[in-house]
Design a protein. Structure first.
Ligand SMILES: *Cc1c(COP(=O)(O)O)cnc(C)c1O
Length: 380
């Protein structure tokens, strides 16, 4: 670990964004949602999750997510504790029958493949990789019962279109999509997926600790066929138990009440403003500001070469070798602009910018001007 001396560079106040949170997860939580939480603080926090007020919010989260994602009839929203990482473990027990295929193109998509590879009860997964900054394509294969895709690879800023593998019928294999950083911000057709799962500390602008999964009838059927006692599973990871509890607007064990409240606030805000189309257009404006700036800049360039694969929610921008991106992020942090650091394991001279629906497109444009200011000061 090297400690960076942070150069004393003050960014003029009129250049600064109104809100300096650009993290890719946890990400900016809207001040209005936090004020609403504070407003109900003493009647909400510290109350039972088995009583009507909390169950009503769980019901609202389930129906709000179904509305936002425009789920077809028959799809159900499940939820449980432990975030996306716990959901991967649950999927190892309760969604994959024998053999899965994984598109691995960054830290998160590779982690799910790794969890499957370590499971003694499953066949070794079919893992298709591509270099960071790109995504591989699905290859329909004999005997594959689950295809694992990632809507937005948060570590590299690569987004992919969601389609069932060519020639694979909807009831032949499940398509399971890690949508942790895309859900509620990127358009897709739910008919092309069976499990669209996420944790709410990214595009849904809440806090971590929870997983949510929109499941098609085929996915619900698979959960029923694999659930214990048919296959042993730790109860906290048992999707059958999660299904029963979700249908009763509960979780198997105690959830974080603040997280539930904040997810509900964000879903209401998104649905009330025009839903997924609106959110996607808003993120599109932020992304146009960031990538447009980077393309025009002589010290910055978009990391993802193919514009079609550039994420509209997590922007990765390489900086010229003459400026150290870590120093730029540190100077930004000293000026109240936080979490623009590159994903550490990617090891690039890069900034990474969360452009989720909660982030103001004008603030992204302001951030670009601030980076220009810092680069100019560092290279002067
Ligand atoms: C953040 C992230 C995860 C991990 O989520 P946790 O809730 O921390 O387990 C998984 N997948 C993607 C795409 C992510 O962005």
């Amino acid at each position: 670990m090297t400690t960076i001396e942070v150069p004393d560079i003050r960014i003029p106040t009129d250049l600064l964004p109104a809100d300096g949170r650009f993290g890719s997860g946890p990400s900016k939580v809207r001040p209005e949602a936090l004020a609403a939480l504070a407003g109900v603080g003493v009647t909400w926090m510290g109350t039972s999750h088995r009583q009507a007020p909390v169950k009503a919010v769980v019901a609202s989260v389930r129906s709000g997510l179904a509305e936002l994602l425009r789920l077809p009839a028959g799809y159900e929203v499940l939820l449980g504790n432990g975030g996306t990482t716990a959901f991967w473990d649950a999927a190892v027990f309760g969604l994959i029958a024998d053999h899965s295929q994984h598109l691995a193109f960054g830290e998160f998509s590779s982690k799910f493949a790794g969890a499957v590879a370590a499971a003694p009860h499953l066949e070794a997964p079919d893992v298709i990789e591509s270099p960071p900054g790109t995504h591989p394509e699905v290859r329909a294969g004999e005997g594959i019962d689950l295809y694992a895709l990632t809507h937005n690879e948060t570590s590299t800023g690569v987004a992919m279109a969601l389609r069932r593998p060519a020639g694979v019928a909807a009831d032949e294999a499940l398509v399971a999509v890690d949508a942790t950083s895309a859900a509620g911000a990127v358009l897709f057709d739910p008919e092309e997926v069976d499990v669209y799962y996420l944790a709410p500390q990214k595009a849904l602008a809440a806090d971590g600790g929870l997983w949510l999964a929109a499941c098609s009838p085929a996915a619900v059927d698979r959960i029923g066929r694999l659930r214990s006692p048919k296959r042993w599973c730790p109860p906290s990871l048992d999707l059958g138990i999660a299904l029963d509890n979700s249908r009763a607007d509960q979780t198997y064990n105690t959830p974080a009440l603040a997280t539930l409240f904040l997810v509900d606030q964000q879903l209401r805000w998104l649905n009330g403003n025009g839903g997924l189309e609106w959110a996607a257009a808003r993120c599109g404006r932020s992304a146009a500001a960031l990538y447009g700036w980077a393309e025009a800049s002589d010290h910055a360039s978009p990391f993802v070469a193919d514009p079609a694969q550039r994420s509209p929610v997590v922007g990765t921008v390489d900086l010229d070798a003459s400026v150290d991106a870590g120093t730029v992020s540190a100077v930004l942090r000293a000026n109240g602009i936080v979490d623009t650091d590159a994903y550490r394991k990617l090891g690039r001279n890069q900034v990474r910018v969360g452009m989720f629906p909660a982030v103001e497109p004008d603030d992204v444009a302001a951030l670009c001007a601030c980076i220009d200011h810092v680069v100019a000061a560092l290279t002067a």
